[in-house]
Design a protein around this ligand. Sequence first.
Ligand SMILES: O=C1O[C@H](COP(=O)(O)O)[C@@H](O)[C@H](O)[C@H]1O
Length: 258
Amino acid sequence: MSAPRLVVHRDKELMAEAAAARLITAVVDAQAVRGTASVVLTGGRNGNGLLAALGTAPARDAVDWSRLDLWWGDERFLPEGDPERNVTQAREALLDRVPLDPARVHAMPASDGPHGDDADAAAAAYAAELAAAAGPDGVGGVPAFDVLMLGVGPDTHVASLFPELAAVRETERTVVGVHGAPKPPPTRISLTLPAIRAAREVWLLAAGEDKAKAAALALAAGADEVRTPAAGARGTERTLWLMDTAAASELPRSAHPA
Ligand SMILES: O=C1O[C@H](COP(=O)(O)O)[C@@H](O)[C@H](O)[C@H]1O
């Protein structure tokens, strides 16, 4: 697992634009090497800000959108089309305006889908979809994602792995139903830390004052992933914290990039 590296930008707009440019490069590189790319999207303000920035990025058309697999790190378990669903917000921010292959857009199930309101069954179905897509490079039942992005909650949650809940302690399954989340809605679906850690690159997005404490806790030496889930999110090749100065304002000096 890779150690976290920090990139701090002036403000959240610049952070979103720089992260979008970085994502374009990562996808184009992966497509050049492997013919295809796989990216895990995050919900939340920073994830949607990045997607919106990607939509207006000058190099956006360098991506071959038809050879891109999109997955989600978590989903709010709500009916299809609900404005609070992460996939609905991602479609609005970007996905409806780029020529993706619909078969490669792997949204997590909705609460009015084939599994009804059974979030555990829906999570198991998503795990099976991931396992079927895990190629020779896949580890532990998931593809070796090229880039997996995570928003960081003010309580240090990533995906829907909240401090101290059962989901963040999961060591076997790749996707779980989450019950009793402290942030609405209480029922969610989430990748687990083992699935997150199969990604080549993990990017944690943290912009805004309300992320400062969370970033400081997660980046402190010896941070525990059950109490501080963001501390457990690492990529096999690279772990990047993409931040703005407000989110980085409570980091110890030793954690700042030179
Ligand atoms: O509910 C969620 O929140 C987090 C963080 O969102 P933010 O708006 O505070 O940045 C997000 O990463 C996650 O995907 C989402 O379901």
